[in-house]
Ligand binder design. Structure first.
Ligand code: ARG
Length: 565
């Protein structure tokens, strides 16, 4: 039940009857006095057909008339049309809708997200891709699309030489690798200080690349340990990623030669200083020189881009993707533009298969610089989550001293992790944002704890009512606050559809916060428990629907809701 599409449909019909075709541009009303939605498209169309916009709007309004859906449509300004939904329609729509309707055109969507480099431990730089990608995976799944998660982890490259050498020579077991970051630093220190160690490391890389069993076996052991670190972070974060979603860079090794061959056959390869490059006119700089995409180094080694080209072939041929979404740092924008253009030029995918880089900005500290630990190091993701849970425990214990320790800890996990995720997801994806503990753990404003608290409060209404509302009740809103709440509940569908298209989870957050606000206004203005039978019944159903819908919305973000708070 997408309110906006319903209105769009009606408007388009009325426009056709008035001899007009085009997009009515239905949007949520800028101000409540403009109704619920407004159609902004008439003005541009009037200009196109050189007619007076007000007259044209009048012709459309005459065709529209008052209906089951729209109360008297009105013209505002030079040719906007204000649209107000009828209460009867809202009541019926609330009754008919539940949850999210599946898309009539389900597609196969690959979501490439998280993708840490396994040589090191996951750090805060991996947070955004992991949780934004996961939210989009959940939204697309809810809309009935076939979602394939792909964790394109970096498990190949020269750094593994020094790590494996250090692992073998220090007799390191999984315990020694518990601090992967420390292990990396130690290996790197030896690599830089001891020429013979560096020499042995390079030999290990050669062995690895030529498939020597001993090197392979050590590498696999290291990779497994590193992946289990990642999995424990995923489990704590409550993201959907599983070991079977891992499709590492090394998985494409066998297709790298064929990729180069295919590029050569298409006449796309140019040799430049011994390296193999693809030059496309689209990447011509101001100086007239074309920026190349390097696909094979002088020493024969392949690059990040080569693997991404192979991954596109796999996602087309084997996964049959209609759409591939890459949740990767904005700094890789040029890489993806080039890789996508080369994939097109080489016919590695049909034109109908959409490749979309979904870039995101940087997480900053309060000093507006990239987020660091107090000592100035790169913050490990696991430690950030520890701190989130500790801080949340302090807040939760302060507010609920009567709960036993176990319950408080369980609540603190949901609040702490929820706060970290929500504060990120609620910002526009492409912006940088400041990571601020006090703000995200506040019970006021657009935060996870606030929304979780509103849910707990609604639950307490049911405990006191000892009833859930009779679902057979007539749900037609009878009070302005009920009306706004009803519309907000029904907007979920249009919000998730926009998120699915644009990959912007903050739409869900803004909608959730609005919903919580509208619920609070409703609860202040419309007594529930003390109301007469019909009002009480209907309002209890409104409470129920708000709770269910908020939990659904938070669930789309991968955020859990405690029973009590
Ligand atoms: N491992 C890469 C990095 O840490 C991210 C991979 C993103 N996905 C991709 N298909 N390139 O920068």
């Amino acid at each position: 039940m997408n309110l906006r599409s319903q209105l769009e449909l009606r408007l388009t019909e009325a426009m056709a009857k008035a001899g007009l075709s085009g997009n009515p541009l239905v949007q949520t009303a800028a101000r409540p006095e403009f109704g619920d939605y407004q159609a902004n498209g008439i003005m541009a169309l009037a200009k196109q057909v050189k007619r007076n916009p007000h007259e044209l709007a009048q012709a459309v309004v005459d065709q529209l008339g008052a209906s089951d859906l729209i109360e008297n449509p009105e013209i505002a300004g030079p040719g906007f049309i204000n649209l107000k939904l009828t209460s009867a329609y809202l009541g019926a729509a609330l009754r008919a809708s539940s949850g999210i309707d599946a898309s009539p055109h389900p597609r196969t969507v690959v979501i490439d997200y998280s993708a840490p480099n396994l040589a090191k431990e996951m750090h805060v730089g991996h947070l955004r891709s992991t949780i934004i990608g996961d939210a989009i995976a959940r939204v697309l799944t809810a809309l009935g699309h076939q979602v394939i998660r792909q964790n394109h982890v970096g498990d190949w490259g020269t750094q593994f030489g020094m790590l494996l050498t250090h692992m073998q020579e220090s007799g390191a077991n999984s315990e020694a690798l518990a601090d992967l970051e420390g292990f990396y630093v130690a290996a790197k220190r030896r690599f830089d200080a001891e020429p013979e160690f560096a020499e042995r490391s390079r030999a290990v890389v050669v062995g690895l690349q030529s498939g020597e069993p001993k090197a392979r076996e050590a590498w696999q052991r290291f990779i497994n340990i590193s992946l289990s670190h990642c999995q424990s972070v995923y489990d704590r974060l409550g993201v959907l990623l599983k070991p079977s979603d891992v499709k590492p860079e090394s998985a494409y090794n066998d297709d790298l030669d064929p990729v180069i061959r295919a590029l050569r056959e298409k006449g796309l390869i140019t040799e430049s200083d011994g390296a193999l490059c693809v030059f496309l006119d689209a990447f011509k700089g101001k100086d007239g020189n074309i920026l190349p995409l390097i696909v094979q180094k002088t020493d024969g080694g392949y690059l990040y881009a080569t693997t991404d080209l192979a991954a596109i072939r796999y996602r087309n041929k084997t996964l049959h993707a209609d759409r591939v979404l890459y949740f990767v740092d904005a700094r890789q924008a040029l890489h993806f533009r080039q890789v996508f253009a080369v994939a097109d030029a080489a016919d590695f995918k049909p034109a109908t298969m959409q490749l979309e880089h979904m870039p995101f900005g940087t997480m900053l500290g309060k000093d507006n610089k990239p987020f660091k630990t107090r000592s100035g190091g790169v913050a490990k993701l696991a430690e950030l989550l520890d701190e989130a849970e500790e801080r949340a425990l302090a807040v939760v214990s302060g507010k609920n001293p009567e709960l036993d320790a176990e319950e408080r800890e369980a609540i603190a996990r949901m609040v702490g992790i929820g706060a970290v995720k929500y504060s990120d997801l609620s910002k526009h994806r492409t912006n940088d944002y400041v990571f601020d503990w006090d703000q995200m753990l506040s019970f006021d404003g657009n935060t996870a704890p606030y929304l979780q608290y509103v849910c707990a409060r609604i639950r307490s209404v049911f405990r006191r009512a000892d009833a859930h509302g009779d679902t057979a009740a007539d749900l037609t809103p009878q009070h302005p606050a009920e009306r706004s709440l009803a519309i907000q509940l029904l907007r979920l569908q249009e919000v998730v559809e926009s998120v699915a298209t644009e990959g912007l989870p903050h739409y869900v957050c803004a909608w959730l916060y609005d919903l919580a606000t509208k619920f609070s206004q409703f609860y202040e203005q419309c007594p529930v428990l003390t109301a007469e039978a019909d009002d009480r019944n209907r309002r209890l159903v409104y409470c129920r629907r708000t709770l269910d819908t908020m939990e659904l919305g938070l669930g789309l973000l991968g955020i859990q809701v405690p029973q009590r708070m």
